[in-house]
Design a protein around this ligand. Structure first.
Ligand code: NFK
Length: 266
């Protein structure tokens, strides 16, 4: 197994970030202690909003006819990672929305966005997690009208929907629409296209802009609208012997044998 595995998940717990219209997280120690015969058992009950911390938005989140969590095809939850770094842009504009030019710049450096990509904005916001006032960027993290954080511009997402095939759209902020959004056009658009969302992704500076495989481990909850998720990236280490490399090695071996044979003959 020749991959470095990087965890892109914030801890799911009492400090997790969630949209203020939801209820939060509760881990109930329903069974914890001696179980007879010298056994000790921990087996708890978890109550949580689906949209907790690092989590998946199922396409049904903003479209009643789109896939629920259990209906998402599994090959939509793993794919090539496309990390769009906008940290410099965000420094001057905390309400920044990723542009088509940002995508074009990524493609100049990394090639065309691969089919089935998992495209994630890296705004540097993951560093603020889980400080609610800094993540929602307001003194009043309950009042959504006061939120200021970056995300995707709907025109950019519409461009990707029209010209590329992406399976997941992600952010390191709490929402796929920027903090000041009122109509949530990015949520509405991706939901209607059966594209999944990923929010509060962490540790994005630990992976390269391209060349990774990202996998989203989310529960297969029946009729769910999303789920807390364990998001990981696999970075190929390039030490393994691929099929093509094996063929090359074999050819070199044959050529060396041939040369050795000639040397022995003369
Ligand atoms: N997608 C985000 C935001 C969200 O859930 C949301 C955004 C705007 C209006 C309502 C929302 N969710 C439910 O109240 C989240 O999953 O936390």
């Amino acid at each position: 197994f020749d991959y470095k595995v990087v965890d892109l998940t914030h801890i799911h717990g009492n400090d997790s970030i969630y949209w203020p219209t939801h209820t939060g997280y509760e881990l109930i120690y329903s069974q914890r202690g001696n179980f007879g015969d010298g056994l000790w058992v921990a087996s708890y009950t978890l109550k949580t909003t689906e949209h907790l911390g690092t989590h998946l938005d199922a396409p049904v989140h903003f479209n009643q006819y789109s896939w629920t969590t259990h209906q998402i095809p599994i090959d939509h939850l793993v794919g090539p990672g496309v990390i769009i770094d906008v940290k410099d842009k965000v420094k001057n504009d905390l309400d920044y929305r990723v542009t088509v030019a940002d995508i074009e710049k990524w493609e100049e450096n990394n090639g065309r966005i691969p089919n089935g990509a998992i495209v994630i904005m890296n705004s540097g916001w993951h560093e603020r997690y889980p400080d609610k006032k800094r993540v929602f960027n307001t003194e009043d993290p309950i009042d959504t009208k006061t939120f200021h954080f970056p995300s995707w511009h709907e025109d950019t997402v519409a461009w990707m929907v029209a010209h590329r095939t992406i399976h997941v759209l992600g952010v390191d902020t709490p929402s796929l629409d920027y903090g000041q959004s009122r109509k949530f056009p990015v949520h509405v658009l991706i939901s209607s296209e059966n594209i999944c969302g990923l929010e509060n992704v962490g540790y994005l500076d630990r992976i390269p802009a391209s060349g990774t495989i990202i996998s989203i481990g989310a529960m297969k909850t029946e009729n769910g609208s999303g789920c807390p998720a364990r998001v990981i990236a696999l970075i190929p280490q390039g030490k393994s012997t691929s099929g093509a490399n094996k063929q090359q090695t074999f050819l070199i071996f044959i050529v060396l044998c041939f040369i050795y044979h000639i040397l022995l003959t003369y």
